[in-house]
Structures are given as structure tokens and as C-alpha cells.
Design a protein around this ligand. Sequence first.
Ligand code: KPL
Length: 325
Amino acid sequence: MQPNKAQSWYILGAGAIGGLWAHILKNWGFEVTILCRNEAQHLLLQEQGLSVTIKGIEQTSRPRSLFPGQANRQHQDSIGNLLVCTKTYATLAALEPWQSLLHPQVNMLLLQNGMGTAQLVQGQYPQANIYCATTTDGAWRQGPWQLTRAGHGETFMGAFSHHLSRSSVAEIMQPLLAASQVHKHELAITWHTDIITPLWHKLAINSAINGLTAIYHLTNGELIEHSQARPRLEQLCRETEDVMSRCHITPISQGLLKQALRVAQQTADNKSSTLQDCLAGRPTEIDAINGFIIQQGAMLHLPCAAHKQLIDDLRKQYTQAQLLL
Ligand code: KPL
């Protein structure tokens, strides 16, 4: 039997986007529980609440939270619906402490950058009902449990697991989608019957922008005219489009290069998430972005030289930075 408490959501990886969803879902009347990494995080959240600044106005919500190994966990219901917003590379490790609480047929909604993680999660949790989402919403963390909403975009979600129907809206997602219909201005979520297409399109744009901004230390806008980065961006776009077409992915309207430049322009003052990761000394998600394209290309005997060079350059730079610390 599938868990059906559609009004109750657990959130793993409550950083900027996960925190934003926790706050909004709580305001919409859902029962929200944040899965914290440790007791200190949990205590801080319970003490100060989750503060979100939207259009200059700060609001605080008070979602429930849990931390691994909590004494009263045996009285805890199993986790039926889980929104996962962790960094891609940290997903399996982040799920691990909660494994015993996950309902075998847990509904997992992965809202993350890049691609490839859903396959890994499905491998580890074969009975899980996996859904994926991709968003153009923006948010950033000001501090622990404090975040600011940046851009207002749109979110597509759809079924990933082979055993799920893609065409009809999953019953479990109906309350979420219905609430979003009413509060579109807060979070605009739409069901997509072929989620792989928007996931690929977002990945393609990120693969053109993110790594290069980190290598040359540029804001997204500075990338557009940069004498060294721009030709590399164009080559990345050509290679990605080759892979996409051989994988039978619907092409991006007006072409990837035009779209990537448009997004770079629209987010001109942003530091990409990859540059932010590099500056903070965190691992990047580049393996789930450019690495995924290289992997798909390899299966089709496409070399993806520009993507490989990008990962090499980033790795060298990142390792050097680590050595200098
Ligand atoms: O999604 C992004 C990211 O930084 O990961 C872009 C679209 C490049 C905006 O910064």
C-alpha cells in the first residue's frame, strides 16, 4: 500500500530552496518536518524558527524538526512523503540516517541540480516512488535558518520511477499542486508529463554557465563577453546539443546557446551555485551536471572534450585552492 498522508511532508536538505519550500508548505497548511543533520541544528531551528525574507519583509515559520538518533524516534510515524533538496553528491549519505524511518514505498520528490541522482536513489530504494522537480526559483541562505527569496520562477515536477504513470498527476501530489494553483505567486508548481525534458534543459544551461563562472571567477553576466570563457561556452553548448539530440531529447527552443546567454543575462549579477561552492570551499555539483553529459556522451561514443576540459580545470583549481588553505 502506498503511504497516503498527502498533507504531511518531510524535508531533507533544508538549505535555500528546501527552506523556502518548508516555509511555504507550512504556510499553506501542510504538516512540515525538517530532517536536521544533528541536534544542534534542530535546537536552533526550534529556538529561532525559520526566517524567510520575501520582498524585504521577514516572516518566521515554525516547522517541526527531527535529528538522527533522537530518543523518541520509535514513536515516530514512518516517512511517507519526502522532499529532497540536498546537494546531489550528498544525497545517499544524507538519506542513510533516516533509512529505518522511510516507508518502503516512500514518495520522494527530488528537487536538485544536475541529473543522475534519481537513478542512484532508485537503485538504493527500489520500491520508492521517485518524482523529480526542477525550478527556476531563486533563494539564498543568509545564515542558519535564515534565507532570502531572490528570483520568482516556476517549478515543474513529474514522475521518474518506471513503475509510475507519467501522464496523470500523481494522487500524492494533488494537494500540493492544488495549493500552488491558489498561491501561484508564492510557488508556481506544474505537473510535467515528461519531466526528463525540463531536467535536461536546465542541466544543459547549467553545464554552459556554472563551471566557467567558477574557473574564471565571473558573475553570470560577466561570462557573456569574456574573451576566454565565451568560446568555451559556445563549444560546451554544441557538445551538449549533440548529446541531447542523440539521446532524443526535445531541443531547447531557439537553441541552447541563445537560452544560456539569456539566462546569464537574466541572472547577470548572480554568482552561480558552482562559483559559490568553490568560494566556500565546498565540493561542487559539477559531476551531476557536466559529468552527466560526459557519461551520456560516452555511451554514444561522443568525446565531449570541452566538458572534460572544464571538469579537469575546475578540479585542478579546486585542489590547488584546498592545498593553499
Ligand atoms: O541555476 C543556476 C545556478 O547557479 O546553479 C543559474 C541558472 C546559473 C543561476 O545562477
